[in-house]
Design a protein around this ligand. Structure first.
Ligand code: IMP
Length: 499
């Protein structure tokens, strides 16, 4: 007879944290959110730790290179989506690894033959105040000059005038040589009272700009996640089909950590993939999943996974539970898998971090997942809403939204994620195509969400994620107390609510 669990599986919304005693030390500014990303032996340090417990979902509408840079600045890790050609995924990884904080590749460039009218149109489109003039009109061409608003008078200068007649030419510019440190570049900016310093290569080709306005930028990001060469840390998604070609390209591009992207991870395919990576690239950590049971966890941990992702059917765009009838309430899945993780640690002395993947809707769900034992959370819908996600921003009846589609939707064409051998096609959909409300810059939102996490941790008397996991008291709530938890029995003046 089948094994039947008669206890219901619960979701985050069915739990609350009961505050513990907090003393004067329990203030948000003292909370550390540092957390392991990869496994470690008792008494040792993980190869990679994060400064915040957030990673981004391996999805086309979420995790491109722009989001990766923005999230690494905050202290988390992006897993670049794997459902794209190997070369373009590797290129995204390379873009993150070659990104130099403070050194900005020029996005607005023209040739000397462009007109002022074209320059103004370009500035309106890109919102940039500095336009580079290069030999071929690209940001890699030979630098010939720059145009800023100091070079022409709006409404006075003839719009048909050519760039070459109004630009500030190279011989009147202060420039830096490629390889200059950010400190030195900033010294030149202050010494010469300029707003931007072009950085050029050996043959005079444009490399970057350093801007005066960015001078204090690094102070905005005290949690930046950097590798030993001071480059941003970045992850990448892989599948269980083409890893022998994909992984070498990603490693060559500088990837720090891999993760198998699959809707169901308790499989022979995952084991084979992990073994291959461990044999050929023993220094590159690899996460696996997704599982929702202790048995699934142990299988992947024994196979060598460096972290294990938990969650089936809880994602906001996911219809796996409806389509296939598999899954488990996310809270119960986390609790059960974390029990198995702790048992594994006791037995083998190896701590395998757990990632809670999918279903985070309210910020406090992050705190609940951590209190239940997760070491970090993976978020799709959350990050899709920001400027930095790769999807389109659209205006529908005066309100801005971003597009967000599941990897199991027909639009994503990611059959590898649902591969069970056999034909190379997606036979039915397990995800939907949707919109999410546009929410602005990643930085502002992440700061706000984590302030809430820290505040709750203080209420629970915890200054670290470990303390929260050890000391938190969680309670299941009845359906009527869920109603009591929102504003009730009042007529709200404004429906705009803070989540
Ligand atoms: P969210 O944060 O609730 O939006 O969930 C994101 C997670 O949903 C991802 O990290 C994946 O694990 C999962 N996911 C992504 N696309 C699909 C899909 O099409 N069907 C089912 N699950 C998906």
């Amino acid at each position: 007879m089948a094994k039947i669990i008669n206890e219901p599986a619960h979701t985050f919304n069915e739990y609350l944290l009961i505050p513990n005693y907090s003393d004067e030390n329990n203030i948000p500014s003292k909370v550390s959110l540092v957390t392991p990303l990869t496994k470690f032996k008792k008494g040792q340090m993980p190869k990679i730790s994060m400064n915040i417990p957030m990673v981004s979902a391996i999805m086309q509408s979420v995790s491109g290179d722009r989001l990766a840079i923005a999230l690494a600045k905050e202290g988390g890790v992006t897993f670049i989506f794997g459902a794209q050609p190997i070369e373009s995924e590797a290129m995204m990884v390379k873009n993150v690894k070659s990104y130099k904080a403070g050194f900005v590749p020029s996005d607005s460039n023209v040739k000397v033959t462009a007109t002022l009218e074209e320059v103004i149109a370009l500035k309106e489109k890109t919102n940039h105040s500095t336009v580079a003039v290069t030999s071929d009109g690209t940001n890699k061409g030979k630098l010939l000059g720059i145009i800023t608003s100091r070079d022409y008078r709006p409404n006075k200068t003839n719009l048909n005038v050519k760039v070459k007649d109004i630009m500030t030419p190279l011989n009147k510019l202060i420039v830096g040589k490629d390889g200059i440190s950010l400190n030195k570049a900033n010294d030149l900016i202050w010494e010469h009272k300029i707003n931007q310093l072009p950085i050029i290569g050996k043959k005079g080709e444009l490399k970057y700009f350093v801007f005066r306005k960015d001078y204090d930028e690094h102070k905005k990001y005290p949690n930046e996640l950097l590798d030993e060469k001071k480059r941003y840390v970045v992850g990448a998604g892989i599948n269980t089909r083409d890893y022998e070609q994909r992984v070498p390209a990603l490693v060559k591009a500088g990837v720090d950590v891999l993760c198998i992207d699959s809707s169901e991870g308790f499989t022979e395919w995952q084991k084979k993939t992990i073994h291959w990576v461990k044999k050929n690239y023993p220094n590159i950590p690899i996460g696996a999943g997704n599982v929702v049971s202790g048995e699934g966890f142990r299988f992947l941990a024994d196979a060598g996974a460096d972290f294990v992702k938990v969650g089936i059917g809880g994602g906001s765009i996911c219809i796996t539970r409806e389509t296939k009838g598999i899954g488990r309430g996310q809270a119960t899945a986390i609790i059960e898998v974390c029990k198995a993780r702790d048992k594994y640690y006791k037995e083998k002395g190896v701590y395998v971090p757990i990632c809670s993947d999918g279903g985070i809707v309210l910020d406090h769900h992050i705190t609940l997942a951590l209190a239940m034992g997760a070491d970090f959370v993976m978020l799709g819908r959350y990050f899709a809403r920001f400027d930095e996600s790769p999807s389109n921003k659209v205006n529908i009846n005066g309100t801005f939204y971003k597009e967000y589609w599941g990897e199991g939707s027909a639009r994503a064409r990611n059959w590898q994620r649902y591969d069970l051998g056999g034909e190379q096609t997606l036979k039915f959909e397990e995800g939907v195509d949707s919109y999410v409300p546009y929410a602005g810059a990643l930085h502002d939102n992440v700061i706000m969400s984590l302030e809430k996490v820290k505040s709750t941790m203080c209420n629970c008397g915890a200054l670290t994620i470990k303390e929260l996991q050890k000391n938190a008291t969680l309670t299941l709530v009845s359906s009527t107390s869920i109603v009591e938890g929102g504003a009730h029995d009042v007529i709200q003046k404004d429906k705009t609510s803070f989540k």
